[in-house]
Design a protein around this ligand. Structure first.
Ligand SMILES: Nc1ncnc2c1ncn2[C@@H]1O[C@H](COP(=O)(O)OP(=O)(O)OP(=O)(O)O)[C@@H](O)[C@H]1O
Ligand SMILES: Nc1ncnc2c1ncn2[C@@H]1O[C@H](COP(=O)(O)OP(=O)(O)OP(=O)(O)O)[C@@H](O)[C@H]1O
Ligand SMILES: [Mg+2]
Ligand SMILES: [Mg+2]
Lengths: 165, 158, 158, 165
């Protein structure tokens, strides 16, 4: 299983519909400071069900929606879709590929979809149970975590071990 | 729960010791131990690491670059216990010098085929090692756009 | 105490606004305000920064590199209020891309003559800008030694 | 006033007597990971009177003394001296240059010196009062501080403002 496609529209600085296609090897995202690289990482955490606004570098959920620029008005919705190819059948056989989508509207309501069917976050979490896929820590690593992981406050380390167990 | 946790700790420990040897030139001691072995479900987990010829008494005395490598070894050791098909790294190579960047990339190459990596980086060596490179720009101020800088030939991936 | 504090805040604020213009290409708003203006001696101090064409509502939404530049502007603004004759920077240029490294070095050059800088760095551009370069090695494992890599001519310094 | 000379002996990884001479411009310290660059920064904070062991990346004060290597035994003392040239007469007129020294022994005792005369930490702090010189934050800046400075916990920011006032 691997991430085949990521589509962002209205998520943080991605005002226009933007598509990334990934192959299974090493892909690098590059660009100047502030151009939107970490926003892509946030988008992947978010579509996989991340609920902790702090980890998405925002204070309120609606700060995830494109909030305008000098030449564009703020948008009313943020949407991210992730397509996973099911190579080694980690997911139920029936799927060769799975597309999950998450939406958030300015009024705070949101929705999740598997394919074109609306679902709940719990359905997505069950789908990925025991595949190692999820917004959890050890598959999305930022430099800031390095300091936390080795610090004296070891609850963080403890949490990671429990997640892996 | 106890049984599972102890087994996980042992597996992570073995992987950690293996990975540290890949990332550090020469290491005298690398270990993961329970602060309080009598109470594994509550005890803190302590890391020990002694690079070549040094005698640090605790992980705190390591340098910025050494700590980053130790953390990467631990995260990958956890990863091996319950491998997720992809791994996203956001500028974890920033504190690394030339030699350690090469070791870091060698570690990633060790996982090719099993794991997909998406790496955010400013480091030229890491960019060279990538099959696909996506450039993100903000030519229109405040709006991110993607420019494909170099794409791996359209061969089907693993 | 109240009077001194308010005066300091005003001076830091003016310097902060000046320095931000040096570090960011184009900035729409840069400000330092008291969260609770009625109680200056206890109130939190809030930072506002809006780079070109963007609309971040808080400093948290800035990127890693933008946050580093904002923090540098604030630290130098404090510095100008009570200038210390020297300033030591330990890898603060690590998150910066090429263009921002050049702006950062331009800012340091702005203070030459008034302030002495000692910078720990892995960044080639910063090394080029330095008059004196000291290399530190550990050829003997565990023991640091200094190798003078390039010394400014022995002209008396300012 | 500027830092003219720094001498380390037995401080952290500096087992041998090591001397840095600085001119007034921009000096860069370079070298591979773990070679001892940040230890030099710690030495300057320490000789200026830093008492908080945490800020020196140690847990106990005696971890500042060279702790041995494969080929050398641990040392019994750490000593750092700093020589400042008094150009614009920020320091009392009488001095053209001032050398301060700090020592620490394995038994936990330590001493401070101005020139060759033993003194107390308070004497050094009085000497530098209102010159801006001290172990305080805004003249010694590390990357880790950047995150702290901008974080929600604003006591850190408040403290810096009060120090500058
Ligand atoms: N809701 C939003 N609407 C519009 N722009 C946003 C929104 N949220 C964040 N941004 C903008 O996105 C930018 C940050 O992008 P990001 O953190 O991805 O940068 P980066 O490419 O990772 O940079 P660096 O190399 O400095 O880490 C900020 O300038 C911020 O103003
Ligand atoms: N008391 C001590 N005795 C001997 N060595 C010590 C002592 N304290 C720290 N060290 C060693 O110093 C090294 C760290 O040095 P330092 O943090 O200065 O590296 P650095 O050059 O800043 O590296 P980086 O580029 O990774 O930040 C560690 O490897 C540590 O073992
Ligand atoms: Mg970023
Ligand atoms: Mg360092």
């Amino acid at each position: 299983m691997y991430l085949a496609r990521l589509e962002l529209h209205g998520f943080k600085s991605f005002a226009q519909r933007t598509v990334f296609t990934f192959n299974g090897g090493l892909t690098a995202l590059v660009g100047p400071n502030g151009c939107g690289k970490s926003n892509v990482v946030d988008a992947i955490r978010w579509v996989l069900g991340e609920q902790r606004v702090r980890l998405l570098r925002a204070e309120r959920m609606e700060q995830l929606i494109f909030n305008g620029s000098r030449t564009r008005k703020p948008l009313g919705m943020a949407e991210v879709s992730l397509t996973l190819l099911n190579r080694e059948n980690r997911l139920p056989e029936a799927y060769t590929e799975i597309r999950i989508t998450r939406r958030l509207y300015r009024d705070g309501t949101g929705e999740y979809l598997i394919g074109d069917t609306p679902c709940r976050l719990r359905d997505i979490q069950e789908l990925f149970l025991d595949t190692g896929v999820g917004p959890n820590a050890y598959s999305i690593i930022e430099l800031r975590m390095v300091e936390e992981l080795l610090s004296e406050r070891t609850e963080e380390r403890r949490r990671l071990f429990e997640e892996a167990a | 729960a106890l049984e599972r946790f102890t087994k996980t700790l042992q597996t992570v420990r073995t992987h950690f010791q293996e990975l540290v040897r890949l990332l550090f030139e020469d290491v005298e001691e690398a270990d993961l131990r329970l602060a309080d072995p009598d109470d594994p479900l509550q005890s803190d987990i302590l890391l020990y690491l002694r690079p070549r010829g040094k005698r640090p008494t605790s992980i705190n005395q390591l340098s910025g670059g050494e700590k980053t490598l130790a953390a990467i070894a631990l995260l990958f050791a956890l990863y091996l216990v319950k491998p997720s098909p992809f791994c996203i790294l956001d500028e974890v190579d920033a504190p690394l010098d030339e030699a350690n960047t090469v070791r870091f990339l060698r570690l990633l190459a060790h996982f090719y085929g099993k794991t997909q990596f998406i790496v955010v980086t400013h480091n030229k060596r890491t960019m060279e090692a990538a099959e696909t490179l996506y450039g993100i720009t903000m030519e229109e101020p405040g709006v991110s756009r993607v420019v494909a800088v170099r794409l791996a030939e359209a061969t089907p991936s693993p």
